[in-house]
Structures are given as structure tokens and as C-alpha cells.
Design a protein around this ligand. Structure first.
Ligand code: NCD
Length: 335
């Protein structure tokens, strides 16, 4: 099957059919561009509500429902947190991770796999796949909601939502509209950055700085899109320039899997590393984030610094994914 061009994917996802304006029932979550401000607020509110709910009550929300978690790429956090989110809501939750044991290995298309899962009676699928268009292809093929857990290099909408939840919780009452966020590392291939930069723009964040080596800069079209939506952007290769100013430092891993050769990867790897010295340069109220896994970008010695938020970020993800599952399956989440 011919791949769908990036521009085409976003034209389609911005059409009324895919937009989510507060009503999530039966909807697919493929891109943050689908979400209105009201929808984003709803996810955040439902996540907070679920976190405070008696776990015995939460267990009834998706009782007798089934959730499939299908990952065609490596994952620890996203995969396990979808599984945990489904089971905390009482759904029958089934995961397939190593796709060498699935029919994909025999050459089955995404469409046929989704139709098969729908035919069994599953209520939703959470899927990660290396193709940029995989989320859209899956969503087009069935009525059952698809939640993307990462589509190639393009988008990682659930990570962006849990990141926004983390940013709001960690910035001590500041509004997203007052923040300066700095994204650091592999901004070319990093799908978490692509989704979060757009989501922060939707939340009104006025300033975004992009720190990367020259060969790993943000896609030009995305920088233009952010600028057009009113964000001031600044690009640099020097982390020290922004460390003392940014409210949020969002570190990322250099995405080895997309490089053509080990040599090319080695040239880009470890361009930036946060150490105890870097922490001394950061604001006392700054927040240090990372979608994880880290492979050297953050010295574990800084983990005990209260500004290091990456493990709390993981915890926020469980409730964010619980919110998304209950919303796309039921919408009226209050039991
Ligand atoms: C990220 C991903 O898969 O895009 N991981 C995650 O979901 N937390 C980031 C990465 O792999 O570097």
C-alpha cells in the first residue's frame, strides 16, 4: 500500500469528521490537531477525577468492555500504561507486543488486523506502529476507536497529553500561556516533541525554544505552523543559552532507529547531557522532563533533584490513558 503523505494526513485529520470538540464517544485519537481546547481540558479533568476516585469504583467504569493493545515497535511505559489503564477501569485488556507472533509477520495489512479485532468485539485498540500514516490507516478501516501510542515519527498524542498534564501540575500554578518551554535533542525524528509542541501552542504557550544539532532540527513545516499559530520560536544548537531561562526543559533521546548508519547516529548522539552542573544553571522553579527511555541525556545523579519530573510524568500517563479510554468508549465517564 502506498503511504499517505504527511500533508495529506493532516488535511484529513483537520476535517470535521475527525475533529473532537468535547464529545469523544467513538472517536479515534491519532493527532493532537484533532483536539479543541475544550477537549484537552476535558481529558485533563477526567484524568484528575480518575486519579482521585476510589479504585474499587474505577473498576466498574469499563466492566465487560475489552481493550486491545497492539505494539509493532519497542515500548515499556506506553505499552504497560495502556494495559494498566484498561485493567484499572475493569476492562478485559489484552496486549500483543512482539508482533513476530502475530499475523503481521505473515504480511497481514493494518486494515485486516483492525477488522479482525473489531470482529471479535473489542471496544478499542491502542496501537504503536513505525509508519507515519499507521494511525490514520487503522482508524479509517474500522468504526471501533483507535488510540495511537505513537505513529512513526509523526505523532504521539497520548504522550503529549500526559506531558501537558505534568507541566500544569509541576509549574506551581503558572498557566501554560505564561511559559517558556525548551525542547532539546532529536527534534527531527522525535514524535513526542512534534505532538507536544503543537499541543502547547493550542494551550497558548507563547515561547518555544528548539535546541538541537544542525542535522536534527525541527521539521520546517512544523516551525512555520507553530509561528502561524502565534508562537514565538527560537532555534539554537547551544543548550547553555536557554538553561537559565526556560520554565520547562524537555529532553529527548536521539532516535537511533531512524538513522541510516551507526556512524551517523554516533555523530548525533550525546550532543546534550544534563548533569548536576546544568541543574545549577536552571531556574529554581524549572521543570526537567523526558518522555524516556533516556540513553545518557540525563545523568541519574540529578534524579533526586525535585525539579526532575520524568518519573512523575510516567505516573501521570496512567491516569491520562484511563481518561482517554473511558472517554472514547463511553464519553459520559461519571458512573
Ligand atoms: C517515546 C517514543 O516512543 O516516542 N517513548 C515514550 O513513548 N515514552 C520516546 C522515545 O522513544 O525516545
Amino acid at each position: 500500500m502506498a503511504k499517505i503523505e504527511t500533508e495529506q494526513i493532516f488535511i484529513e485529520l483537520n476535517s470535521p469528521e475527525w475533529k473532537i470538540d468535547g464529545d469523544f464517544a467513538g472517536k479515534d485519537i491519532i493527532s493532537v490537531e484533532q483536539l479543541s481546547r475544550e477537549s484537552i481540558e476535558k481529558v485533563l479533568n477526567v484524568a484528575d477525577w480518575l486519579q482521585n476516585l476510589d479504585p474499587r469504583e474505577a473498576k466498574h467504569i469499563l466492566e465487560n468492555r475489552s481493550v486491545a493493545v497492539l505494539f509493532y515497535q519497542p515500548s515499556t511505559r506506553t505499552y504497560m500504561s495502556f494495559l494498566l489503564a484498561g485493567s484499572k477501569l475493569g476492562a478485559n485488556t489484552h496486549g500483543v507486543h512482539d508482533m513476530t507472533y502475530s499475523s503481521a509477520y505473515k504480511g497481514e495489512s493494518i486494515e485486516d488486523t483492525m477488522k479482525t479485532i473489531e470482529a471479535m468485539g473489542f471496544d478499542a485498540v491502542c496501537m504503536r506502529h513505525p509508519d507515519d500514516d499507521s494511525g490514520l490507516v487503522a482508524a479509517r478501516s474500522v468504526a471501533m476507536p483507535i488510540i495511537s501510542g505513537g505513529s512513526g515519527k509523526l505523532e504521539h498524542p497520548t504522550q503529549a497529553l500526559l506531558d501537558v498534564r505534568t507541566i500544569i501540575k509541576e509549574t506551581n500554578g503558572k498557566r501554560p500561556g505564561e511559559l517558556h518551554i525548551a525542547f532539546v535533542g532529536d527534534l527531527k525524528y522525535g514524535r513526542t516533541v512534534h505532538s507536544l509542541s503543537k499541543l502547547m501552542a493550542q494551550m497558548g504557550t507563547p515561547l518555544q525554544t528548539f535546541v538541537s544539532p544542525d542535522n536534527l532540527k525541527m521539521p520546517r513545516s512544523l516551525v512555520t505552523q507553530l509561528e502561524n499559530s502565534g508562537v514565538a520560536t527560537y532555534e539554537t544548537a547551544k543548550l547553555d543559552e536557554v538553561l537559565g531561562d526556560a520554565d520547562v526543559i524537555y529532553m529527548t533521546r536521539v532516535q537511533k532507529e531512524w538513522f541510516d548508519s551507526e556512524e551517523e547516529y554516533q555523530r548525533a548522539a550525546l550532543a546534550y547531557r544534563i548533569t548536576e552542573d546544568s541543574m545549577r544553571l536552571m531556574r529554581p522553579d524549572a521543570v526537567l522532563m523526558h518522555p524516556l527511555p533516556r540513553v545518557g541525556e540525563i545523568d541519574p545523579a540529578v534524579d533526586s533533584d525535585p525539579r526532575a519530573a520524568y518519573f512523575r510524568e510516567v505516573n501521570n500517563g496512567v491516569y491520562t490513558r484511563m481518561a482517554l479510554l473511558s472517554l472514547v468508549i463511553l464519553n459520559n465517564y461519571v458512573s
